[in-house]
Design a protein around this ligand. Structure first.
Ligand code: PXG
Length: 451
């Protein structure tokens, strides 16, 4: 029997500490209880239908209710719900998924280390790159360079890699050996520089930082191909090839954190395939199972895997749920759905161009949109007072806009005053029309209230 909403909210308030949530504010307002999902839609406890413009939390790539994923989980739960990959053991789904993931890239990314989440995967990266240089007789190569406003997860290591100041302020972060350079945020930099020049200039900070620290002290550089939680920061086309060149020139490992950008979000299995660079290591999570069940990991390039596999001894690292058979079975079914339903081509050829045109038009029609940007199915609208002038922070325009979206039956995410979408890859043109029409109406309301 369904519980009454106020009762659910009371029990939630009394016992459930939510992530990234102001507990007092939530307690006063009451949680939104989500009860059901189908395709690109979710329904809340009161039966209100919402177009899920965020694919859950950037993860439900194949949409809700995909039967092959449900069946794969059920079958695996019945056969073998759990076994581990420690002590020379493994399971068939873990083998098959590792092989399948390695096959999604060129031959270079040959091995997979499984974790339960993206945060664990990035903590694994820290230990993996330091272990690699240790085995190469260069243990002093241990510093990792990351970027301001990056999001790499919430564990101590991953939050240290991240460049979010409010997170660092809670818990004495970052840990030693992690430093940050600027993000390639053209709109945020308020510069007249051409994006291509700006991309090269920001990338050159990496070289300056390496030279300042000494290449002998630097293990790796990590970055999200397109920053997600930081506000869909799309780097100029010149940025990543230049970053890759600098890493190669100074013998620094290159880590692409593809937790959001992987598995079709940019119309390819991985964003680096689109943005033109070759990472040594790739972090994945979220879309690998379309969020149906937790799974993450690291795709390890031959350069690193060969050293680990040679006579490196034990890599003293792993999780109870590394290679969880149910998660891996769901991952395999998810990849099959992406392939069978031709979702990569659907994004590239059908959905992205259509959405992109409608998205740019929003900036033309609404003066409060300072910039509309989109790559693949990751889009952002920068809400501004006018031009590039921001609203006063205390107005909470982004949050108000998000609430208005909900009232109009649409889930968008607000990062400050930047409104974000990342819809499921199965979205159709008709559904994009519906999404754009809702956003259009909401922007008119926001403009009436704040402009
Ligand atoms: N790397 C990236 C690039 C991410 O976006 C993680 C690592 C960590 O993954 P786990 O599975 O440990 O959460 C993420 C997660 C948001 C939001 O509000 C984004 C994430 C997580 C929670 C909230 O945009 N990304």
């Amino acid at each position: 029997m369904m519980s009454d909403l106020t009762d659910l909210q009371r029990r939630d308030r009394e016992h459930h500490l939510h992530p990234f949530t102001d507990f007092k504010a939530l307690g006063a307002r009451g949680t939104r209880v989500i009860s059901r999902g189908d395709g690109i839609y979710i329904w809340d406890h009161e039966g209100r239908q919402l177009l899920d413009g965020m694919s859950g939390l950037w993860c439900v790539n194949v949409g809700y209710g995909q039967r092959p994923l449900i069946d794969a989980a059920t079958r695996q739960l019945e056969t073998l719900p759990y076994y581990n990959s420690f002590f020379q053991c493994t399971t068939e789904p873990a083998i098959a998924l590792a092989e399948r993931l390695a096959g999604l890239t060129d031959e270079r990314l040959s091995h997979v280390f499984f974790t339960g989440s993206g945060s664990e995967a990035n903590d694994t990266q820290i230990r993996l790159v330091r272990r690699y240089w240790q085995l190469n007789g260069k243990p002093e190569k241990r510093t990792i360079i990351s970027r301001t406003n990056a999001y790499h997860g919430s564990t101590i290591g991953a939050a240290s890699l991240g460049g979010m100041k409010p997170m660092h302020e809670q818990g004495e972060l970052p840990i030693a050996g992690i430093v940050h350079i600027d993000q390639p945020y053209h709109f945020g930099a308020q510069t007249n520089e051409a994006p291509e020049d700006f991309g090269l200039r920001v990338a050159s900070q990496l070289e300056e930082k390496i030279l300042a620290l000494g290449a002998d002290a630097v293990a790796a550089f990590i970055g999200e191909p397109v920053q997600g939680a930081g506000g869909v920061i799309i780097p100029p086309a010149t940025y990543w090839p230049e970053v890759a060149r600098i890493c190669r020139a100074h013998d620094i490992l290159l880590i692409a954190d593809e937790v959001i950008t992987g598995f079709g979000r940019l119309g390819h299995w991985f964003a680096h395939q689109r943005l033109g660079f070759e990472p040594d290591l790739v972090t994945f999570a979220k879309g690998v199972t379309s969020g149906y069940i937790p799974l993450g990991g690291v795709l390890v390039g031959k350069r690193v895997s060969q050293v680990l596999a040679a006579d490196g001894g034990e890599f003293a690292h792993g999780f109870t749920y590394s290679g969880h058979p149910v998660a891996c079975a769901v991952g395999l079914a998810n990849l099959q759905v992406i392939e069978d339903q031709e979702l990569l081509a659907n994004v590239r050829e059908e959905i992205e161009p259509y959405l992109c045109a409608g998205w740019s038009a929003l900036a033309d029609r609404h003066a409060i949109v300072g910039e509309a940007r989109l790559l693949g199915l990751m889009g952002a609208l920068e809400l501004v007072r006018q031009g590039a002038e921001r609203f006063d922070k205390s107005l909470n325009v982004g949050e108000r806009c998000r609430d208005l979206c909900i009232e109009h039956g649409l889930v968008m995410r607000a990062v400050g005053d930047t409104m974000i979408i990342a819809p499921p890859l199965i979205i159709t043109r008709t559904q994009i029309d519906e999404l754009l029409e809702k956003v259009d109406r909401v922007l008119t309301h926001v403009a009436d209230q704040f402009a």
